[in-house]
Design a binder for this molecule. Structure first.
Ligand SMILES: Nc1ncnc2c1ncn2[C@@H]1O[C@H](COP(=O)(O)OP(=O)(O)O)[C@@H](O)[C@H]1O
Ligand SMILES: [Mg+2]
Length: 314
C-alpha cells in the first residue's frame, strides 16, 4: 500500500505557518517556490528527519518524480489525524487518552530530534515582536483588541523572562507540526508524523509553538471540551520537558499567535456564502463568542505567570 502526494498547482507557499508577525503581516501568498523546488525540499530534508526511533512512526519514502510532481510514501493504514480525533473528543476519545499518548511521544521525539540536528545559536528578540504588534494594532483599527491582547501577552512574557533577547539553538524543524499532520495509527497504537513540506533550519521554538498554538486554538471551538485540550497540551509538555525559560517563550508566542493571527482571521470571514452556511456560521459564532468572552486571555496570562514563578522571577 502506498500514499501518493501530488502537487496539483505549480508555485507553492514558501513560508511555514506564521509564528511571529511580520511587518507586512501578509498571508503566505507573496513568497512562493516552484513545485519542482518544493518536491526537492520536502523529499531531501524529510529523509534527514527520518531517523529510526521508537517514539513516532514516519512513513517510508518510496519514490518521487519532479516531472510528475508526485511523491510516493508508505501508506499508514488504519490511521487518523489528531485534528479529526480531537473534534470527536466528546464521543470517540472522551477521556482524551489517544491524544495524551500521542502527544507525549511527539514531545519526547521532538526533544531528541532537536538535539540531534542542532546547528548554532541565534537571538530571538521579543522587543521586535512587541514593536510589530504595536504597529499592527495602530494600522488595523477594527482588529485593535486582538493585537492589544497579543501585545499584552508578549509584554508580560518579557517581564517574566526579565529580558527581551533570548539566545536559542537552531535546528532542523518540521515546520508544520500541527494536529492534521500527526496521525494516530490504530494498528500499532503509535503516532506518526507526516507532511514535511515546510521543513527547514529554524530556532527550536518553532515546532513547539506551532503545535501548542494549534492546540490552544481548539479552546475556541465550542464543540471540543477545554479539559481535553489542556490534557493534550500537558502530555506534550511532559514529553518535551523544556527548560523553564524556553517554556515561557513557547507559551508567549503560542498564545500571542491566537490573538494576532487566528482570531483576526476568524473575525474577518467573508459573508458571501449560501444561506445554510450563513446560518451555521452565525450559530457557531454565537458559541465561539461565548468562549472568547470567557477567561481564555486570563488563562494564557496566568500560565505565563506560573512558569515565571517556577524560574524564580516576579
Ligand atoms: N503516508 C500516509 N499514509 C496515510 N495517510 C497519509 C499519509 N500522508 C498523509 N496522509 C493523510 O493525508 C493528509 C494530507 O497529507 P499531507 O502530507 O499533510 O499534505 P498537505 O500538504 O496537503 O497537508 C494528512 O493530513 C493525512 O491525513
Ligand atoms: Mg498536512
Amino acid at each position: 500500500m502506498f500514499f501518493a502526494k501530488l502537487l496539483l498547482a505549480d508555485e507553492f507557499p514558501y513560508l511555514a505557518p506564521v509564528l511571529v508577525p511580520e511587518a507586512s503581516c501578509s498571508d503566505y501568498s507573496d513568497r512562493m517556490r516552484s513545485a519542482k523546488d518544493q518536491i526537492r525540499a520536502e523529499w531531501v530534508v524529510a529523509s534527514r528527519l527520518q531517523q529510526p526511533n521508537a517514539l513516532v512512526l514516519m512513513p517510508r519514502q518510496l519514490a518521487c518524480s519532479e516531472i510528475n510532481r508526485t511523491m510516493i510514501w508508505q501508506a499508514l493504514s488504519n490511521s487518523r489525524p489528531l485534528a479529526q480525533i480531537i473534534k470527536r473528543a466528546i464521543g470517540a476519545d472522551r477521556t482524551g487518552e489517544i491524544g495524551i499518548s500521542a502527544l507525549w511521544r511527539v514531545g519526547a521525539w521532538l526533544k531528541d530530534s532537536q538535539k540531534a540536528h542542532e546547528v548554532e545559536q541565534t537571538f530571538l528578540d521579543l522587543a521586535h515582536v512587541r514593536n510589530i504588534l504595536a504597529q499592527q494594532r495602530d494600522v488595523h483599527v477594527a482588529l485593535r483588541p486582538f493585537y492589544q491582547f497579543a501585545l499584552q501577552i508578549v509584554t508580560q512574557g518579557i517581564e517574566a523572562l526579565g529580558r527581551e533577547r533570548i539566545l536559542l539553538p537552531t535546528t532542523l524543524s518540521h515546520g508544520d507540526l500541527s494536529l492534521p499532520n500527526i496521525l494516530w495509527c490504530e494498528d500499532t497504537n503509535q503516532p506518526a508524523i507526516v507532511d514535511f513540506e515546510h521543513t527547514a533550519i529554524r530556532t527550536v521554538v518553532h515546532d513547539p509553538v506551532v503545535l501548542v498554538s494549534n492546540l490552544r486554538a481548539k479552546l475556541f471551538n465550542p464543540l471540543i471540551p477545554c479539559e481535553v485540550v489542556w490534557k493534550w497540551e500537558e502530555a506534550f509538555w511532559s514529553g518535551y520537558n523544556p527548560q523553564k525559560e524556553l517554556k515561557i517563550v513557547i507559551e508567549v508566542l503560542a498564545s500571542a499567535w491566537i490573538y494576532h493571527w487566528f482570531l483576526p482571521r476568524i473575525a474577518d470571514r467573508t459573508t458571501k456564502q449560501p444561506l445554510l452556511q450563513w446560518i451555521l456560521r452565525r450559530f457557531y459564532e454565537q458559541l465561539f463568542e461565548r468562549r472568547l468572552a470567557s477567561t481564555n486571555m486570563e488563562m494564557f496570562l496566568r500560565r505565563i505567570n506560573m512558569c515565571s514563578k517556577a524560574v524564580g522571577r516576579n
